[in-house]
Design a protein around this ligand. Structure first.
Ligand code: NAD
Length: 261
């Protein structure tokens, strides 16, 4: 049986993954801002350091895998772009960098990072914001997003998911992670009916936009189905998957980008 760290394990898709892994007999070290074994606020550098250290202590220096599902959606608010950048990008990258030796100790560890199809379907996301994230320069990120005013959270969200996908693809193959046997991949869901999406649907203007968004298969994704994909990406059957971003989004990415190959 294996030991997995799961962030965002108190709700939505992270919770569904944690439940499936636990039911299969694995040990799950669950991380969240509340209602978790490791409680930490991933929107602050201190919270991220504490979370990283607490997991390392609990896993005894060996992690068979990690699932990075903690995230904030593009809700309105002046502070939201900063929080999105902190949790969705630094809350993934800083933890995984801290856990890398423990993942390498497992020989064939598997990591699944939650991206989003917002990474390919939101137009005009400023490259400066994405590069700012990858360079760890939050002021540059926020500066690049300021012109969007009240829409800034939407672009912050998309930028965070582009940056985290790019980080996954680069790190998987160019920083020795693959050489250390660590399979680093991302899943890019479309609209999945979790508390994150429910909050957005509760705002009439946002609900209208979400319902107008093209989903060829129709409807919303089921958190349980997405969790099955993640469990598969952690399994032996996914041993040859490395540096991939797997879109599970009812066809929206294909609808927008069918000719991009
Ligand atoms: P959710 O809101 O149900 O769960 C997210 C979890 O992250 C919550 O338990 C929350 O407490 C935790 N979290 C948020 N801020 C935190 C902080 N500062 N410190 C620690 N934990 C924090 O959302 P979900 O829909 O299950 O989302 C899971 C992941 O999937 C997120 O990264 C999200 O961006 C991504 N995603 C969601 C959708 C969707 O439609 N639901 C679509 C694409 C991608």
């Amino acid at each position: 049986m294996s030991t997995y760290a799961v962030t965002g394990a108190a709700s939505g898709m992270g919770r569904a993954v944690a439940e499936k892994l636990t039911a299969a007999g694995h040990t799950v070290i669950d991380v969240d801002i509340a209602e978790a074994t490791v409680q930490a606020d991933l929107s602050t550098p201190v919270g991220r350091r504490e979370a990283a250290a607490a997991v390392l202590e609990r896993c005894g220096g060996r992690l068979d895998g990690a699932v990075m599902a903690a995230g904030l959606g593009p809700a309105p608010g002046r502070e939201r772009p900063r929080l999105i950048a902190e949790v969705n990008y630094f809350g993934v990258v800083e933890l995984l960098e801290a856990w890398r030796p423990a993942l390498a100790a497992a020989d064939d560890a598997k990591v699944v990072v939650f991206s989003s199809n917002s990474s390919t379907t939101v137009p005009m996301v400023p490259g400066r914001a994405v590069r700012g994230l990858l360079d760890g320069d939050i002021d540059r990120v926020l500066g690049a997003l300021r012109i969007f005013g009240k829409q800034a959270p939407t672009f912050a969200y998309a930028a965070s998911k582009i940056a985290v996908s790019r980080w996954v693809r680069r790190t998987a193959v160019t920083s020795g992670w693959a050489g250390a046997g660590i399979r680093l991949n991302a899943i890019a869901p479309g609209a999945v009916l979790t508390p994150l999406l429910e909050k957005q649907l509760a705002t009439p203007a946002e609900a209208k936009q979400i319902k107008r968004f093209p989903v060829p298969i129709g409807g919303f994704g089921d958190p349980d189905h997405l969790a099955d994909w993640v469990v598969f990406m952690l399994s032996d059957a996914a041993a040859f998957l490395c540096g991939s971003v797997v879109f599970v989004d009812g066809g929206s990415d294909a609808w927008f980008r069918a000719d991009d190959w």
